[in-house]
Design a protein around this ligand. Sequence first.
Ligand SMILES: Cc1cc2nc3c(=O)[nH]c(=O)nc-3n(C[C@H](O)[C@H](O)[C@H](O)COP(=O)(O)OP(=O)(O)OC[C@H]3O[C@@H](n4cnc5c(N)ncnc54)[C@H](O)[C@@H]3O)c2cc1C
Length: 457
Amino acid sequence: MERTPPPLDGELRFDELTCAEHSDDFGHILRHVPEAVLLPGSADDVARAIRWAAQRGRKFAAQGARHATFGRSLVAGGIVADMSTLGSIGVVEDDRVVVGAGARWSDVLRATVAQGKTPPVLTEYLDLSVAGTLIVGGVGGTTSAYGVQSDNVLAMDVVTGEGTTLSCSATENVELFDMVRAGLGQVGVIVTATLKLVAAPESVRRFQLVYPDLATLLRDERLLSGDERFDAVQGAIAAAPGGGIAYRLDVVKYFDGDPPDDTVLLADLSDDPNQRQPTTLGYFDYANRFAALETALRANGQWFFPHPWLMTFVGDSRIESVVTAELQSMNPATDLGPFGQLTISPIRRSAISSPLLRIPSDDLCYAFNFVRMPATSDAEEVQRLVAANRTAYGRIKAAGGTLYPVSAFPLSQHEWRDHFGPAFDQLDAAKRQYDPYAILNPGYDLFEQLRPQPAVG
Ligand SMILES: Cc1cc2nc3c(=O)[nH]c(=O)nc-3n(C[C@H](O)[C@H](O)[C@H](O)COP(=O)(O)OP(=O)(O)OC[C@H]3O[C@@H](n4cnc5c(N)ncnc54)[C@H](O)[C@@H]3O)c2cc1C
């Protein structure tokens, strides 16, 4: 059934070029061309377009920065909303800021740092949209202390699958709040978010430490996750330039005024002292550190190659055997690529409160990620790595690990149910309540998609 689009503050574009631009993401693995692209001029436009899509039996997904790796914001023949037009940053208050859901974390940080404030947790890369990370969780270097980004959102305005706008927080529409945070966009489109702020440090002292092997790297990760001497601790394993494997730890201490004492910070660590690389950086430059890699990857073309990433959480009791098995099952030079790496960053489980984020039961867990940067766009090679993600996830799951759903491989609805465990029924009930026609965010393929359409009104 065709209908004229409703009057909008922004516009709905049907042209081939705009639809093609919104048919791809950072993964460059899947491509789905939408029927139309909404450039919302207001939050009300999102509600109008969702109602219009539902009446025509079309699916609807918000697109933030399109940095998902497996087509999660794409909708074949449906409507996508380019949320970058709703990226306003409100007045920076002492403990919070209200932002449009399409704002990028880089813009949020620029505005808050100017007032001496920062969100407590920032992702490794800042050009992700605020809502895009809130719906998955948002893991960063300070997660062990502060949780994920969705643990640090104070309130949100959300448009449901029926086109109704609701405010939610820890005290208002609490169930909706809990099902939106790390809920994979299944129950609503976020239009504004109130983000918690804390004092921003002026500077950071950063050390890149080198280890002889995995056991020694993990020994220091455990030590540092227990004594809180650093603000961020992130381990990495990569193919070493001259062959073999490099084990590294990136640790950071925030400070104002005088720099901290390096000797105290590095006491009792087991890295190679001759290879320590200390630097001092401004806080924003540190937080924006991925930008240099982005520039390099754009220059050599690899930014535009497929990125079949796998992201998981593994408990401390199994991390060493899991990482060892994964290293034995791969050739890091080709399976991760020259700029790729495995990352292993400690997280104290007690810091996480978003109910839908699935984390193993150990008190100490690790975000264990396969950041694959293959130096090829060969389709067969990409499919091999997508299949390798599934196999590796099977092994990690058998060891009690859990999936961070931003990963690049398909999960069946049965597997999603298994992933969410007891929380699935709550998400399913919320989906039926807030998105009764099951039109929102089909890219995760979490729910059966055939439900009755609304009466045309
Ligand atoms: C270079 C790079 C580095 C990364 N580093 C980290 C990291 O350090 N920590 C981490 O946790 N993750 C990281 N990620 C993963 C990233 O957080 C997720 O892929 C995230 O979902 C991307 O959000 P987006 O808005 O950029 O992408 P999009 O592809 O636009 O959206 C991702 C998902 O969010 C949904 N969505 C977008 N906007 C809304 C909205 N307003 N309301 C409801 N749903 C919405 C989309 O429909 C889609 O399902 C990284 C990704 C890349 C490419």
